[in-house]
Ligand binder design. Structure first.
Ligand code: BDR
Ligand code: CA
Length: 318
């Protein structure tokens, strides 16, 4: 059975790879794309999304603009690593595709209400649009089969030592999604960053006659200077695209159902994900001080080579 999905993006180099995968994978039925400010400005996110849809010759798919800023804090982009416009140094022609005249929240609501069966939401940016949907239209929760999101981490962070970018950018939105009661799968930073693309594979992609593969290679091989020490950093992981691989090929991943919360308090832990991976009760349970937190299917391991093979095979060689 095909996965009927709504895709929420902040495109972003690895969101771009995810959009390619969503369009090209035969088991994904991409019903709409909603855009959120995150990796780069909302204008860049929309423009990048439309250009990538052109690149993979996608059939018409509704695309709508969503939140320009997180629920509480001002937006803080990640253009230092995604490049000035969000696609590294990839320069694609402007798209003639039009965006929907409605807000992302309204587009999601409409799709959910019109679909004969509940839809899967795949969220690859800060969770602002999804949180707004759940607050503005709580009645559609039952129309959401599951939310599979890239965000959080069961170990280290990237935006801060402990917080992953999407959770750090809008922790309140992450909290709303985590406590929504909807079945959730978390594809965190720890798993994302463990899946690097070997340099020879990036070089091979860059030399491919296929424009899709060449673009993927350049998105993966983009080099930036680490602002803290000037050293070269290569964000050569398929990133958000791995979240979609986990949807279509769950057998390639290890998953643990665990209580998950996000830290909302100001200070150095804001945006941190706390995944309770303890093997037995702790003193918090013994002394009845433990709070209950929602159970989330947390991706904790992956067969990296097989996932990369799936991703690159799906790109094809056109
Ligand atoms: C997340 O932030 C962005 O860099 C990626 O697109 C991914 O969604 C990783 O923290
Ligand atoms: Ca993203």
């Amino acid at each position: 059975m095909r996965h009927q999905i709504l895709l929420d993006v902040d495109t972003g180099r690895d969101d771009a790879l995810a959009i390619m995968f969503a369009v090209l994978h035969p088991e994904i039925d991409l019903q709409a794309i909603t855009c959120v400010e995150g990796n780069t400005s909302l204008e860049n996110v929309v423009s990048n999304t439309l250009k990538i849809l052109d690149l993979v010759d996608a059939p018409p798919v509704p695309v709508a603009l969503g939140a320009r800023r997180p629920l509480v804090e001002p937006p803080r982009d990640a253009s230092w690593i995604h490049g000035k416009h969000g696609l590294g140094d990839v320069d694609l022609p402007p798209s003639g595709r039009q965006t929907e005249p409605t807000h992302a929240v309204e587009l999601m609501r409409r799709c959910l209400c019109d679909a004969p069966e509940p839809l899967t939401l795949v969220a690859l940016g800060p969770l602002t649009n999804i949180a707004l949907l759940l607050r503005m239209h709580p009645e559609v929760s039952g129309r959401i089969k599951q939310i599979v999101f890239m965000g959080g981490s069961a170990t280290i962070g990237n935006a801060t030592p402990v917080a992953e970018f999407n959770f750090w950018h809008d922790p309140e939105a992450a909290h709303i999604v985590l406590t929504s009661g909807i079945p959730l799968t978390m594809y965190g930073w720890d798993i994302l960053w463990s899946m690097r693309t070997p340099a020879d594979q990036v070089a091979e992609l860059c030399a491919s006659p296929s424009q899709v593969r060449r673009t993927a290679g350049r998105l993966l091989g983009f080099e930036v200077a680490d602002p803290s020490n000037g050293e070269t950093v290569i964000y050569d992981c398929i990133g958000d695209a791995g979240t979609l691989c986990a949807l279509v090929a769950p057998e390639l991943y290890g998953v643990e159902r665990r209580p998950v919360q996000v830290v909302l308090t100001p200070g150095p832990a804001r945006g941190q994900t706390i995944v309770d991976r303890r093997a037995m009760a702790g003193e918090d349970a013994v002394h009845a001080t433990a709070e209950q937190h929602p159970l989330v299917d947390v991706v904790t391991s992956a067969h990296n080579n097989e996932v990369l093979a799936l991703f690159f095979a799906t790109l094809g060689d056109r």
